[in-house]
Design a protein around this ligand. Structure first.
Ligand SMILES: Nc1ncnc2c1ncn2[C@@H]1O[C@H](COP(=O)(O)OP(=O)(O)OP(=O)(O)O)[C@@H](O)[C@H]1O
Ligand SMILES: [Mg+2]
Length: 352
């Protein structure tokens, strides 16, 4: 019987990660702790997670910079551990930190990269000119990197990564630290690339970025993938159509049991821990589907209420209830559920 070659990828899979583990030698825990996901060709996939979640480590393995402890990873059908040289020819990498060659001009950075990747000499200049124009860098082509702003340097790094026309592009936090205009410019270029058929894996701790750019989002925390779906499906998986953020402060004097029993509430007892009480009481209000404690807020607490119906209608009852619990409502904010809420729901804390 002929040998059957088993590959982990199908023709329309651009990135395939199976049970990936990375433990750094000086660490007692896994930085990446058994994550699996696939990215389709032409898809823009976002890894969303807070600092230290394992995003850069995952990208490091997929781009052959970091050797995994376990599991497997394929990019464009190439096993990144077994065949790193071939894998590198298939990918463009925009790292989290500026790693431009400071001794070369912007144009030379692009040309050097193209030569390294074997782009024929006759094509390099034209390719560099096209990318310099696409990234609005033509007038900076002869500058050295240390004369560039953060946003310009980021654009150079994306242009450089595209010099050898890779089918798969990795962007590690492409807009962190950029001002709003620079961020929108980078977003537009990323969208253009996705529309031109480039497969994109980007990492971010910015839910807006993930929601805006990514076809599907993987939520990552402590090296584990907690959820993976389209932004819409992830947010719709939460109950409620609106949110109400409340900040409650306590002055130290909590209501007595006698006062507590006078409240118009089904739960009569009040404990010495007013935070938990308030949260439980808020959860009982008509129209409140769920309550999540987001963070302690000084002497008080910050919570998010997930609601059905009009959130403004609930402000007065919430304020009244908080007052009966001995607290004071010091801030109220209305919103709609976002990926941040999915993260809070999964981990019990805010993204940042
Ligand atoms: N070279 C290293 N040696 C030891 N531990 C490391 C190393 N690089 C990263 N780590 C640790 O691995 C974990 C994951 O780090 P990683 O850089 O992958 O996170 P991240 O999601 O990219 O975070 P950020 O949003 O801050 O960039 C962290 O706990 C980090 O401290
Ligand atoms: Mg990182």
């Amino acid at each position: 019987m002929p040998d059957v070659k088993v590959t982990a990828v199908t023709p329309d899979t651009a990135i395939d990660v199976v049970g990936l583990v990375k433990r750094y030698s000086n660490s007692p825990v896994n930085a990446v702790d058994g994550i699996s996901f696939s990215v389709r060709r032409g898809e823009c996939f976002g890894l969303l997670g807070p600092n230290g979640a394992g995003k850069s480590t995952t990208i490091g393995v997929l781009t052959t910079r970091i050797r995994p402890t376990g599991g497997s990873a394929f990019v464009d059908g190439v096993n990144v551990v077994a065949d790193p040289v071939r894998a590198r020819s298939r990918i463009g990498v925009v790292p989290q930190r500026n790693n431009l060659d400071r001794s070369l001009t912007i144009r030379q950075n692009l040309l050097f990269h193209a030569r390294y990747h074997g782009v024929p000499a006759g094509q390099r200049n034209a390719r560099a000119n096209a990318l310099l124009a696409q990234f609005a860098l033509t007038d900076r082509a002869d500058d050295k990197p240390d004369r560039l702003s953060g946003g310009q340097a980021q654009r150079v790094m994306i242009a450089r990564a595209l010099m050898h026309s890779p089918p798969v592009l990795f962007l590690d936090e492409p807009s962190t630290g950029l001002d709003p205009a620079a961020r929108l410019f980078v977003w537009d270029r990323i969208r253009e690339l996705a529309e031109s058929g480039v497969t994109i894996l980007l990492t971010t701790h910015d839910m807006d970025e993930a929601e805006t750019l990514a076809d599907r989002v993987g939520i990552i925390d402590h090296g584990k993938l907690l959820a993976l779906d389209t932004p819409q499906a992830l947010t719709h998986s939460l109950v409620g159509s609106a949110t109400l953020d409340v900040v409650v402060h306590f002055d130290g004097a909590f209501p007595s049991s006698a006062q507590a029993s006078a409240r118009p509430s089904p739960t009569a007892e009040i404990s010495p821990r007013p935070d938990g009480d308030v949260l439980a009481e808020l959860g009982q209000l008509d129209g409140v589907v769920r309550v999540e404690r987001i963070a302690p807020d000084g002497p008080g607490l910050r919570a998010r209420l997930y609601l059905t119906g009009d959130p403004a209608r609930l402000v007065a009852p919430v304020a009244e209830l908080v007052a009966t619990c001995g607290g004071k409502l010091s801030d109220v904010r209305l919103g709609t559920p976002t990926l941040e809420d999915v993260f809070i729901h999964l981990t019990g804390r805010a993204l940042r």
